[in-house]
Design a binder for this molecule. Structure first.
Ligand SMILES: NC(=O)c1ccc[n+]([C@@H]2O[C@H](COP(=O)([O-])OP(=O)(O)OC[C@H]3O[C@@H](n4cnc5c(N)ncnc54)[C@H](O)[C@@H]3O)[C@@H](O)[C@H]2O)c1
Length: 273
């Protein structure tokens, strides 16, 4: 299996795939990104091992860093949430991976149909949308593009189960199901902050205790990455044509300042690095 992108999600996906006993090649264009990904995996696996999880060394031995796209029966793409970048990865993967191999994307919102159209095998292109942190979250949202075959969908549903996740199928509409529901919540919380209705801690406490959510929307936005949240909201806004999905200016400004959330050490909150 080939995982492209070794950030928060790609690293987590590679970890879960390797923990299931499969070999995984991990590729990222940014210098040092694969090494950072391996480091995060080691930390996560160490914590899981204390609770009876697999031996971290054995799992990590199945992860092979690679310098480019390589042959595999399945690609899981987890690069930045940018349609042009993803389409370019799919075009290149279509040339490298053997005929019949499945090309999947962990995209939060970019149309699977357009990723399929960037290849000569749209029937083998599908969304395999994991949740953050991947080793702990039980859901995979399986998204079929217009041309995705039943065979491809069945294979990905089966794989999700084998990785210990629960698959749920959604159609290829902007934001699918998960982010169409989640992002308006995050955006409204950002507006409540911008308008001075409450401070971040109070907003998140109200959501956690009032709605029984395990994490508040602002802390969750920081976990996802504010850049990723803004990118998803832009896809929802453009794709559904309703101004209610436009990203709150506060989120845009934080992204402009480089406050991307946990991954940059500062977002709506500050984090120890
Ligand atoms: N963060 C979340 O909570 C979350 C949840 C579900 C899905 N996603 C989706 O997963 C994807 C990745 O998100 P993330 O949070 O891991 O982002 P991230 O910023 O942590 O990582 C993205 C990685 O992709 C690499 N990259 C960029 N262009 C590349 C290319 N052409 N080839 C190889 N690597 C490349 C970057 O160097 C970076 O390491 C996005 O599509 C995002 O929408 C994110």
């Amino acid at each position: 299996m080939l995982v492209v992108g070794a950030g928060q999600m790609g690293g987590g996906i590679a970890q879960v795939v390797a923990a299931s006993g499969r070999r995984v090649s991990l590729y990222d264009t940014a210098p040092g990104a694969v090494e950072r990904g391996l480091e995060s995996m080691r930390k996560s696996l160490g914590k899981l091992a204390e609770k009876g999880g697999p031996d971290p060394d054995e799992v990590l031995a199945r992860v092979q860093p690679v310098d480019g796209l390589v042959q595999a029966e399945l690609m899981i793409e987890a690069v930045a949430e940018d349609a042009e970048v993803k389409e370019q990865v799919f075009r290149a993967a279509d040339k490298v991976l053997p005929p019949g191999a499945v090309l999947s994307s962990n995209t939060s919102s970019i149309p699977i149909t357009s990723l399929g159209a960037a290849t000569g095998r749209p029937e083998s292109v599908i969304g395999m949308h994991f949740f953050n942190p991947v080793p702990l979250m039980g859901l995979v949202e399986v998204v079929r593009g217009l041309e995705t075959s039943d065979e491809t969908a069945a294979a990905i549903v089966e794989l999700a189960r084998e990785l210990g996740k629960t698959p749920a199928e959604a159609r290829d509409f902007p934001g699918f199901v998960s982010n169409r529901i989640l992002m308006p919540l995050v955006n409204e919380a950002a507006y409540a902050l911008l308008e001075g209705v409450a401070d971040p801690e109070a907003i998140d406490t109200i959501a956690k205790l009032g709605f029984n959510h395990p994490i508040g929307p602002l802390a969750l936005a920081d976990l996802i990455g504010l850049d990723t949240c803004v990118a998803i909201m832009e896809v929802l806004h453009e794709g559904l044509g309703d101004p209610k999905y436009a990203p709150c200016p506060l989120l845009r400004q934080y992204v402009q300042a480089g406050r991307l959330g946990r991954k940059s050490g500062r977002g709506l909150y500050r984090y120890e690095r």
